[in-house]
Design a binder for this molecule. Structure first.
Ligand SMILES: Cc1cc2nc3c(=O)[nH]c(=O)nc-3n(C[C@H](O)[C@H](O)[C@H](O)COP(=O)(O)OP(=O)(O)OC[C@H]3O[C@@H](n4cnc5c(N)ncnc54)[C@H](O)[C@@H]3O)c2cc1C
Length: 497
């Protein structure tokens, strides 16, 4: 572990590319060597680290090429969850009669949904900007590119370039949507997770490539807004990381809302059908199939933002897929250079990027040293009902031949869920057969993420399944279902202590 505050960087070698006295050249780079740290990317993870470092007396350069706040605030969590809320309201309004509430026909004004989303995003951006005040912290607006181990060139947003260097560099540049490259994709408009949120009129038929969480959240959202939706998944089932019963239940829930789901369907060509329409051709076990729609969304994964950044110019080792490799302290192969957030690969969530910040803050400012080893990483998929997941899945336990008990409770066994009319889904926990330790859980149900977090807390506190079955929970909360869940394991009363 390096804390190389003692030695500021040597000036970058004079390559002849910059003339002395040139404003954007070598002299300026020498002047800029007053920086102790360069942080590249202003995400959730990087939100707090630069101000913390500056408050600790370090001179920090924070570089951002686009919007303050990164993906989460601008094109990820905040805008999607804002729009998911609109979609849920439309869904609930249509269910009014079930609750004895009269409503007229429900329709969605997508331009107004977008305005609400835009307002939320700009509020979050302003909040971010308001934190960048500590003395010693410089925000540099431009795109960074490594030119040497501790030196980056910045293509400034207002034109020109600037070279800066520092002994410590933190890369937090995240990922971008993976572009669709199948035959014809260049010739027609293809939406990604960013551009779809800027539509102001409803797609008549939205075809979504990808059955991961981004594809499913948008699929349900647009179905509830009023679009016809088809989700195309290459693999045999949605959400390949989840247990079969989870994937089956999610598929049933989405189909029940009128979404068409095609599995084992590999897209290989796309073309314009009638003007303004797309025709997608997929290969299935039964032969080729054509799907026509008005819009096409590619939700086929993300790629690391390392192409322009060129970490290899600094000697930073990358994985085969272009992610930055780090050790358990988030240090790259170049001492004193770190990576945080999605750009280092692995689970890609805001809360993980935020925890990376905690780890780096400890390791750069002390006093203790922190590692990323053995972190419990929960996640929630914001379809409705939510899917909250933490720890070991049933399938993972079986793959490891670990003796486990499975506790499972359908949401229609939870009184609160019955009262509120939200009985879709189930809770499931994986329990060590010997000790009764809770190893993992999935809650596919109303407020599934919140309920899962209670189980996560129990896991951290090493509470046994029996302790959870005896917990006194306010009646009638959804969390009350945890008593019942942990009471009956493998269909029998659970006896371990
Ligand atoms: C549609 C969608 C929905 C999501 N929903 C959720 C959710 O509900 N919950 C959740 O936990 N996660 C969600 N995520 C994931 C979450 O947004 C990311 O995991 C999180 O933003 C990762 O943060 P990060 O630290 O990797 O940096 P990012 O947020 O990716 O930010 C990186 C920043 O670096 C900048 N940058 C890149 N290259 C350069 C360069 N060369 N020079 C200067 N600046 C550069 C970028 O402009 C960007 O601002 C969602 C993502 C998407 C796309």
């Amino acid at each position: 572990m390096h804390r190389p505050w003692d030695a500021k960087c040597d000036p970058p070698p004079f390559t002849g590319a910059h003339k002395r006295g040139d404003l954007w050249g070598y002299d300026l780079a020498v002047a800029d060597n007053g920086y102790d740290v360069i942080v590249i990317g202003t995400s959730q993870g990087g939100r707090l680290l630069p101000p913390d470092l500056a408050k600790a007396g370090k001179r920090v350069a924070l570089v951002e090429r686009e919007h303050l706040g990164g993906v989460c605030v601008n094109t990820g969590c905040t805008p999607t969850k804002t729009m998911v809320a609109s979609a849920r309201l439309a869904y609930q309004a249509r269910r009014g009669a079930e609750y004895g509430v009269r409503t007229g026909p429900v329709s969605v004004d997508l331009a107004a949904v977008r305005e609400r989303k835009r307002a939320m995003v700009s509020g979050a951006r302003e909040n971010y900007a308001s934190r960048l005040t500590p003395e010693g912290l410089d925000l540099i607006e431009g795109e960074a590119r490594f030119t040497g181990p501790k030196t980056v060139d910045i293509a400034l947003r207002d034109g020109g370039t600037r070279q800066i260097s520092a002994p410590v560099i933190v890369v937090d540049t995240g990922t971008s949507p993976r572009p669709l490259t199948i035959d014809g994709a260049r010739d027609i408009p293809v939406l990604d997770s960013t551009s779809i949120m800027e539509l102001d009129t409803l797609p008549q038929h939205l075809i979504i490539l990808g059955g991961g969480y981004i594809g499913l959240e948008f699929g349900q959202m647009f179905r509830r807004f009023g679009s016809e939706v088809t989700i195309v998944q290459t693999g045999p089932r949605l959400l390949k990381m989840e247990d079969d019963d989870v994937s089956d239940e999610v598929t049933a829930i989405l189909r029940d809302e009128g979404i068409t789901i095609l599995t084992s369907a590999t897209p290989f060509r796309v073309e314009e059908a009638d003007p303004g329409h797309v025709r997608l051709t997929v290969r299935t076990p039964d032969g080729e199939e054509r799907i026509e729609g008005s819009h096409l969304l590619a939700a086929i994964g993300r790629v690391p933002n390392t192409k322009v950044l060129a970490p290899e110019a600094a000697g930073i080792r990358l994985s085969d897929r272009g992610y930055i490799e780090v050790d358990e302290y988030l240090e790259t192969s170049v001492p004193g250079t770190y990576a945080m957030g999605d750009v280092k690969g692995g689970p890609a969530f805001t809360h993980l990027s935020y925890d990376d910040y905690r780890v780096l803050r400890a390791n750069l400012l002390g006093p203790e040293k922190r590692s990323t080893r053995d972190r419990i990483v929960p996640y929630t998929m914001f379809i409705d009902p939510q899917l909250g997941r933490v720890g070991m899945s049933e399938q993972q336990a079986r793959e490891q031949n670990r003796p486990v008990h499975i506790a499972k409770l359908p949401m229609n066994g939870v009184i609160r869920a019955i009262e509120t009319g939200e009985t879709r889904g189930f809770m499931k926990a994986v329990i060590d057969a010997g000790s009764g330790e809770i190893l993992g859980a999935v809650v596919l149900g109303a407020e599934g993420g919140e309920i899962m977090t209670i189980i996560q807390t129990a896991m951290l506190g090493k509470l046994s399944a029996t302790a959870m079955s005896n917990l006194i929970v306010t009646h009638p909360l959804l969390a009350e279902g945890l008593n019942t869940l942990f009471m009956t394991v493998d269909g029998q009363e659970f006896a371990a202590t």
